[in-house]
Design a protein around this ligand. Structure first.
Ligand code: SF4
Ligand code: SF4
Length: 447
């Protein structure tokens, strides 16, 4: 019997070349602390935090430099010890100017971390407060403040904590290496989330292209009845929350609803490990773990870097870029953002930096839509990407809304498959922003 045929998955999706071989055997290395760190304030979905420091202030590594402004907001801590030399608007990895605290590091490497809490005795309330205090955000890409996702809601009972260990984006091996190198921290992070939410069942969902990680996890969890490893088929975007929940539990998260609405709390591997480190070791979110890969980088690596490190320092540490490189992307190749300035800094949720050559990027010209329907066949959310993109081009935002443009998760599957090379996701993203603005204006008028 072919076991892979029996594995669970979802309708649609694609199989891009993985390129994981470039870094999957590379253990984490620590990047030396840069001389200057650029910490953008907007690192969470929701309200940005309020800056607490000013030019000339001395800070230690772990000091609070911006405090949360409301429930859906996350604090920021200094990732180095040194002096604040400037606070100004600087371009971030998404291409927007945002308030940024620039710190010149000194050689003292002085830390000011949070008190350590006891893994066995810590209470649910202490876990939630610590996750908030440590500034933890979701590291799967969304950067949603994690304390919100581990706070129980009376009207939405949760019966399962699901760890998303799929890492379905090509090239990226950060989560894979974390599973291998920090297995106990991951399992304990999962147990802490289960305790915070008072949930008895934990599942780690992982794609079948990671046999070593599956074996390691199965070895560690054999003494924990409440935790299970479930293997799913390797297919993009299997790591999208809704796709993984469907494959593992059979539950469908309806459009405009969240995992909480179907009784599931889902967290990424790196986030669960950060929770463990914040609670048990008292370390706030001051570093990013990421993969630097692509055929255009001389020495692909997995790295631990300080939050706010400029891309140029990281690329230099990885031996620089090859002459035939044509594109630099932050994130994975399917959902990542192209970069034009290597001075921009990594943020908490930066999972990868890719330097790609001509052979790795689609450089064919766009042609007219062939009406082949392939984008419709592969969309995991049953949307009609060709129509959504067209509505966006024609500025028909009411129609785009009717056809569910705001449900698009921007996974890039449709664009990947399009034989006419139409920039479907770019158009859909733009249309989605316009529709959200339109809906916000309408609701403001009603109020
Ligand atoms: S980007 Fe949006 S429309 Fe395209 S496949 Fe993904 S969910 Fe569907
Ligand atoms: S895949 Fe491309 S060419 Fe085919 S229908 Fe969709 S947009 Fe048109």
């Amino acid at each position: 019997m072919n076991i892979s045929k029996t594995l669970k998955s979802f309708k649609g999706g694609v199989h891009p070349k993985e390129f994981k071989f470039l870094t999957e055997e590379k253990s984490f290395e620590i990047l030396p602390t840069p001389k200057e760190i650029f910490i953008p304030i907007n690192q969470n979905l929701g309200k940005p935090p309020k800056i607490l420091v000013k030019k000339g202030d001395e800070v230690k590594c772990g000091d609070l430099i911006a405090e949360a402004d409301g429930f859906i907001s996350s604090p920021i801590h200094s990732s180095v010890s040194g002096k604040v030399i400037k606070i100004s608007k600087e371009i971030n990895v998404n291409g927007f100017p945002v308030q940024t605290i620039i710190i010149q590091s000194n050689e003292n490497e002085e830390n000011n971390f949070l008190p350590k809490l006891n893994l066995e005795n810590v209470t649910a309330e202490e876990i939630i407060n610590r996750v908030k205090e440590a500034g933890i955000v979701g590291l799967g890409g969304a950067s949603f403040p994690t304390h919100v996702k581990i706070t129980p809601q009376k009207d939405k009972p949760i019966d399962l904590v699901l760890i998303n260990a799929c890492e379905c984006e090509p090239y990226l091996t950060r989560d894979y290496r974390l599973i291998l190198e920090k297995t106990n921290e991951l399992i304990n992070g999962l147990k802490l989330i289960m305790k915070a939410l008072n949930v008895r069942k934990g599942i780690i969902g992982i794609e079948d292209n990671k046999p070593l990680a599956i074996e390691k996890l199965n070895n560690v969890i054999k003494n924990f009845e409440e935790i299970e490893v479930k293997v799913v088929k390797t297919k993009y975007p299997q790591g999208a929350e809704k796709m993984l929940i469907k494959a593992i539990t059979g539950r469908e998260v309806p459009p405009k609803k969240l995992p909480f609405d179907v009784g599931v709390a889902i967290q990424n591997v790196a986030t669960a490990i950060s929770i463990y480190e914040a609670v048990v070791e008292g370390i706030p979110m001051i570093t990013s773990t990421l993969t630097v890969s692509g055929l255009g980088i001389n020495e692909p690596k997995n790295l631990i870097v300080k939050n706010g490190t400029p891309l140029k320092n990281i690329i230099e540490f990885c031996g620089g870029i090859r002459e035939d490189s044509v594109k630099i992307v932050v994130g994975g190749p399917m959902m990542g953002v192209s970069q034009f300035d290597l001075n921009v800094p990594v943020m908490k949720a930066t999972s990868g930096i890719l330097v790609l050559t001509k052979d790795e990027v689609n450089s064919f010209n766009e042609t007219n839509c062939l009406r082949c329907g392939m984008c419709v066949d592969v969309c995991p959310l049953n949307l009609i990407p060709t129509r959504l993109a067209r509505f966006s081009q024609l500025e028909r935002y009411e129609d785009a809304n009717l056809f569910g443009i705001t449900n698009c998760m921007e996974c890039g599957t449709c664009a990947f498959t399009c034989p006419a090379n139409i920039q479907l996701v770019q158009w859909i993203k733009l249309g989605k922003q316009k529709v959200i603005q339109m809906l916000n204006q309408k609701s403001a008028q009603l109020n």
